[in-house]
Write a protein that binds this ligand. Structure first.
Ligand code: SF4
Length: 362
């Protein structure tokens, strides 16, 4: 199939692919610390110890919330570790709401959200969206991946309650499940989609390809080959297109690993590829003063743009990308993936004319 689409960046300063329906609000994700009540097998943080096992001081949180809001950021996310373990999470959401943030999100394993009292409080404080990390459609798979017995039931209970509250008018920005697509759950992509959409009644589901670092570094067991996951991923897209018609997106899969009849239709990319849809996201994390790559460190916080971090620090472009017409918008491939599978097998999606190699993107 010949492709003659022009893949344009969002703007001169923003290398994300252009999408007219993208939410243009700037987003910041504030990391509250690495403390967590799960033990996921692919965790990037491992088991934090000593000083790592502490929360962001409340005074620092207040400064950070004001700083980003004053910079024109209207969307805010709380990250961890597990943000619901943060002793000041309700106050933080409340302060964000009072400051004027219009979208307030937590990325959570949802264990604590099964307690109605806690959920009611955080919703009253102004939480407008919950993204739940859940990685399996059965107790066996979920509990094995998160290494907490009973986790599946706890998460299902939390999701059902959140959806109930949404019907009452809370959570205007939605409830989603974010799955880390890995070697153990990738064979069940269709069953997971059916479970989350049909059985739990969600209308927003995201599959993010595993970043092979932390516990998953070097693991071929946990890190599937793109070529093996792509056919079933595309079946999920087709099912969504013709049956579910809900929000289904995926991230972390390079365009050259997707079928040509899919990537040649930009309307499909805009609808299904996370990289086409995600908000421009900044991150604020605790830092010991030694940042790396695009990170800037100041007053104990490391700050960076997440899309730039992925492109310039965490991912790489194999040599063949130099001839690829989409290299200017493609973030490349997780370095951890290249460590496992090597740089071969990435064929330029649309080959540039001889002598027009892309250099600037890398
Ligand atoms: S830039 Fe590289 S990784 Fe991205 S689509 Fe092109 S060949 Fe694939």
């Amino acid at each position: 199939m010949t492709m003659d689409l022009e893949y344009t960046p969002q703007s001169a300063e923003d290398s994300r692919p252009f999408n007219p329906i993208r939410d243009t609000r700037k987003n910041v994700e504030i990391n509250i610390g690495k403390v967590c009540n799960n033990k996921c097998v692919f965790c990037l943080d491992g088991f934090p110890k000593g000083d790592e096992n502490t929360f962001m001081p409340w005074e620092e949180m207040q400064v950070e919330l004001k700083r980003w809001y004053n910079d024109g950021v209207l969307s805010l996310g709380f990250l961890g570790g597990e943000p619901t373990t943060y002793p000041h999470i309700i106050e933080s959401v409340k302060l964000a709401k009072d400051l004027g943030y219009s979208r307030i999100v937590i990325a959570t394993n949802a264990n604590r959200l099964r307690h109605k009292k806690f959920t009611d409080k955080i919703l009253e404080a102004g939480l407008s969206r919950v993204t739940i990390s859940m990685h399996g459609h059965t107790p066996e798979l979920e509990d094995k991946l998160t290494r907490v017995p009973g986790n599946f039931e706890k998460k299902c209970k939390a999701i059902r309650y959140l959806l109930e509250k949404r019907k009452e008018g809370y959570l205007k920005d939605g409830v989603s499940v974010n799955v880390v697509l890995n070697g153990w759950n990738a064979p069940h992509q269709l069953k997971m989609q059916k479970f989350f959409f049909d059985e739990l009644g969600l209308d927003d589901l995201r599959y993010n390809f595993i970043r092979p670092e932390g516990f998953a570094e070097g693991s071929t067991d946990l890190t599937p080959n793109y070529d093996d996951i792509s056919p079933q991923l595309m079946k999920c897209v087709v099912l969504n297109e013709f049956h579910y018609q809900k929000t289904f997106t995926f991230g972390g899969v390079p365009m050259c690993k997707l079928p040509k009849d899919f990537v040649s239709r930009e309307s499909m990319l805009r609808k299904y590829m996370g990289e086409y849809r995600d908000l421009s996201t900044y991150c604020s994390i605790k830092s010991d003063g030694i940042g790396f790559g695009v990170e800037a460190v100041d007053e104990g916080r490391g700050r960076f743009n997440w899309q730039e971090r992925k492109r310039f620090d965490l991912k790489a472009h194999p040599p063949s990308c130099e001839q690829c017409a989409v290299a200017s918008i493609c973030e490349g491939v997780w370095k951890g993936y290249l460590d496992i599978y090597g740089p071969m097998g990435f064929e330029p999606l649309q080959r540039l004319p001889e002598g027009d190699a892309v250099q600037a993107a890398f």
